[in-house]
Design a protein around this ligand. Structure first.
Ligand SMILES: Nc1ncnc2c1ncn2[C@@H]1O[C@H](COP(=O)(O)OP(=O)(O)OP(=O)(O)O)[C@@H](O)[C@H]1O
Ligand SMILES: [Mg+2]
Length: 507
């Protein structure tokens, strides 16, 4: 038998294709959905033999249909940025996790992308499955993105390009999302469909490092430390350490510990988990809470000294010591309010979180889950904490926040009064602030710089601050005189006593 010529072969193929297209058009027009799907399946197989392109679909909902596919969300975010320059039809939506309008490709829109010399075609589409007869449910739309590329790029696309798309997409989503402030405090719990251990609200604290009254060098050092941490994924993997870092913020009340946590979260774009230890039943519950936290977050335990004592037992009741000492008073207030919060929770069983449970929380095996996390403890009394709790490796960086310095005051003057240059009253303020006994917290400085009426100008606020500084100085002098009197002017011990007094005030 003579083999067909090229022309005969093309003619035969052409007519076969034409008949095939004709049959396909009739099927699309008249056949029920199931028959169409069946036919499609086999035609795709036949076409696959001649067609040099590969298609990959990413569907919005996977098997269980309840949870949106993370891959789909990442592709959507990736294309929202990469397609917005070329796509002609875009849709704008306000998603649940974002503050702004988010653009994405409209349905049936096509865009092209390039990766290492390969061209990739993306299309957004959907399959509409008809509603079943006698069913209450309307027809279902199953959205998907499909990418098409030449088969010679198969390995590169499946191994490198898709990874690149998902990674970039996740980063874009992270940047656009609304950040959250979580709490495990029982008072904030409300019934939810999925019972989680954390409840949350949108995190909208305006504090930044720029607005913080802090020595510029110290501020820069902290910022650099945080940024280095957030970019060190590969470094942590290389040295075999979980990607997390502990910060201990200590200092007197009103020196900006909580404010700094907000500034950290804003700098790194992290969520905040405010862990109320007194509301945690036991170590198991603590571990569950940890597992539920997500990556890119700060886990905060405020006033750690009030939550746990050195033996791991709960503190009974704030013991009243020197009523003169205002820091001590503040601390007891905190303990009492925590105790009250605990009683409010209607949880009669006492908490049994132990020190070892907490250490496990910080650096046990479970602490590595999730990755990219900061753990921050705050305290007014660093010397009362168990050294094991705050040793380097657990609390890697210890930051002391102390009384307001003149440089710190200048930041506040700029923020509150818009006074950036040297003001004639600054000299007096500097002199008073640099005196040994004039300890004033940034919170007190801020309060004095706050205009109390529309007519209050910078002079008035600065005068009020000078007055407050003077009063602090006088009070300190009076207290010192009383101490001396109490000790009967006893010669050699004076220095030690003074040292204790100063230490108690975090000077
Ligand atoms: N370093 C600072 N820079 C700017 N503002 C500050 C600073 N410290 C305190 N403030 C102001 O004082 C207020 C109280 O500060 P913050 O709550 O951060 O203190 P804290 O150290 O957490 O106190 P506490 O030990 O009682 O929890 C803040 O709302 C902020 O306005
Ligand atoms: Mg605080």
């Amino acid at each position: 038998m003579v083999p067909p010529t090229m022309t005969e072969m093309w003619t035969t193929m052409g007519s076969t294709l034409a008949s095939f297209m004709f049959i396909w058009a009739i099927i699309r027009q008249y056949c029920p959905y199931e028959v169409r799907r069946y036919f499609e399946k086999y035609t795709n197989r036949i076409m696959g033999c001649f067609y040099p392109y590969i298609k990959i679909s990413i569907h919005e909902f996977t098997g269980d249909r309840l949870k949106r596919s993370e891959a789909y969300a990442a592709v959507e975010a990736y294309l929202s940025v990469n397609s917005s320059k070329t796509a002609k039809r875009l849709k704008a939506e306000m998603t649940r996790d974002s503050n702004n309008l988010v653009l994405s490709m409209d349905e049936y829109e096509r865009v092209t992308d390039e990766f290492r010399g390969a061209k990739i075609w993306w299309v957004s589409s959907k399959v509409v499955s008809p509603s079943r007869p006698m069913s209450y449910y309307p027809e279902q739309e199953k959205r998907y993105y499909r990418l098409t590329f030449h088969k010679r790029y198969r390995e590169m696309i499946t191994e490198k390009y898709l990874e690149h798309v998902v990674r970039e997409g996740k980063e874009i989503r992270m940047r656009n999302r609304q950040r959250k402030l979580y709490t495990n405090s029982p008072g904030y719990k409300w019934p939810s469909f999925k019972q989680t251990m954390w409840s949350h609200i949108v995190f909208e604290h305006p504090a930044t490092f720029e607005t913080m009254a802090l020595e510029p060098e110290k501020k820069q050092e902290i910022i650099e430390d945080l940024l280095t941490f957030s970019k060190s994924k590969d470094f942590y993997a290389r040295i075999g350490k979980a990607w997390k870092r502990g910060y201990l913020l200590y200092g007197p009340p009103g020196t900006g510990k909580s404010t700094m946590i907000a500034a950290m979260a804003n700098l790194l774009n992290y969520d905040v988990y405010d862990l109320e230890l007194t509301a945690v039943k036991d170590n198991t519950e603590l571990r569950k809470l940890l597992i539920e936290t997500t990556s890119k977050s700060i886990i905060v335990i405020e006033d750690i000294d009030c939550s746990l004592d050195l033996t791991g037992q709960r503190k009974k009741k704030a013991e009243k010591s020197s009523s003169d000492d205002e820091i001590e008073k503040e601390k007891s207030d905190k303990e009492i309010s925590r105790k009250e919060a605990k009683e409010d929770s209607n949880n009669s069983s006492s908490s049994k979180v132990t020190l070892s449970g907490l250490l496990n929380f910080i650096d046990g095996l479970w602490s590595a889950c999730g990755g990219e996390r900061l753990i921050v403890f705050t305290t007014n009394y660093v010397e009362k904490l168990d050294p094991a709790l705050i040793r380097r490796g657990r609390m890697d960086k210890h930051i002391e926040l102390s009384y307001c310095s003149f440089k710190g005051f200048k930041v506040l003057a700029k923020n509150y009064l818009r006074v950036e240059d040297h003001h004639p009253m600054f000299d007096t303020i500097q002199r008073l602030m640099e005196e040994e006994d004039t300890n004033i917290t940034p919170a007190d400085v801020a309060e004095n710089l706050m205009p109390k009426s529309p007519s209050d100008d910078a002079e008035k606020c600065l005068t009020s601050l000078i007055q407050a500084l003077q009063e602090t100085k006088d009070e300190a002098a009076k207290r010192k005189a009383e101490e001396l009197k109490k000790d009967g002017g006893g010669g050699g011990d004076d220095d030690d006593d003074e040292h204790e007094l100063v230490k108690g005030k975090y000077c």
